[in-house]
Design a binder for this molecule. Structure first.
Ligand SMILES: Nc1ncnc2c1ncn2[C@@H]1O[C@H](COP(=O)(O)OP(=O)(O)OP(=O)(O)O)[C@@H](O)[C@H]1O
Length: 243
């Protein structure tokens, strides 16, 4: 099967530092993939290259057969790549509904009726369990609900690839359980690429895991293979420093 996303030799250098260093990466359609690795491994930089927030120093990115290496971020969004930020990116003074309306509008630029827009917004809010909070100001929502609102904003883009950067950070155990159900649900219609430090979430959700270290891919495999990999244990799993 043709992969949804492929990178070849993808590199981002900041002065002397290769934050991402020659990464060959491939993601199949419908996968839930986790990227793990110690602080500074290059995970956020890697997904930032994929969604176009930062330009690569060298290498290529192909999405659904199209070379998007130099494509502006907003066009990548149109192609179906959505990214939720590590730091909460909701507009605190807008209602949950209006926050989701912003990205939802981008998918309806062809002038379809307002009823479509409303349906798209409510669908994203329902998906994330926020429908009954639609009219609450985002800034008044709990931290966990703000994270879910971010996911709703990503979903409103109707992505084919949803990139989540540390989505469970700051969530309670019960919120994490709900979140895992949500990701499984999302994965029935989209491919999910997840940066995650919570190993329980990673082992439970990911079909495959990519381990990054010092800008490179250190290992890749099924959760049980990664758990058993000695190099991974040395670089990451054995340490207490999970970010
Ligand atoms: N804009 C930048 N300018 C200079 N250096 C950067 C920049 N962005 C990232 N870096 C460096 O690149 C390396 C990789 O950072 P990155 O944030 O991608 O790692 P990470 O694996 O996501 O880490 P964390 O788990 O802490 O989020 C780090 O050494 C970081 O300091």
């Amino acid at each position: 099967m043709t992969p949804l996303l492929t990178t070849r030799g993808l590199t981002k250098a900041y002065d002397g530092l290769r934050a991402v260093d020659g990464v060959d990466f491939s993601l199949a359609t419908g996968e839930i993939r986790a990227i793990i690795g110690p602080n500074g491994a290059g995970k956020t930089t890697f997904v930032s290259l994929v969604c176009g927030r930062v330009p690569p120093t060298s290498g290529t990115i192909v999405f659904d057969g199209e070379d998007i290496t130099h494509m502006p971020a907003h066009l990548r969004v149109r192609r179906g790549i959505a990214y939720t930020f590590q730091i909460t990116s909701v507009f605190p003074n807008l209602s949950a509904y209006d926050n989701v309306a912003l990205p939802a509008q981008r998918t309806l630029e062809d002038g379809r009726a307002k009823t479509h827009l409303h349906a798209a917004i409510m669908s994203a809010l329902e998906h994330t369990g926020l429908a009954d909070r639609a009219n609450i100001q985002a800034g008044a929502l709990s931290y966990g609900h703000q994270r879910l609102l971010e996911v709703a904003m990503g979903l409103a883009l109707k992505p084919r690839l949803l990139i989540l950067d540390e989505p469970t950070q700051g969530l309670s155990d019960s919120e994490i359980d709900g979140f895992m159900g949500l990701v499984r649900d999302i994965a029935s219609s989209a491919t999910v690429l997840l940066i995650e430090h919570n190993m329980d979430v990673v082992m439970e959700l990911a079909r495959r895991i990519t381990v990054m270290n010092a800008g490179k891919i250190l290992a890749e495999g099924m959760p049980e293979e990664i758990r058993a990999d000695e190099a991974v244990q040395r670089a990451y799993l054995g340490t207490e420093n999970h970010g």
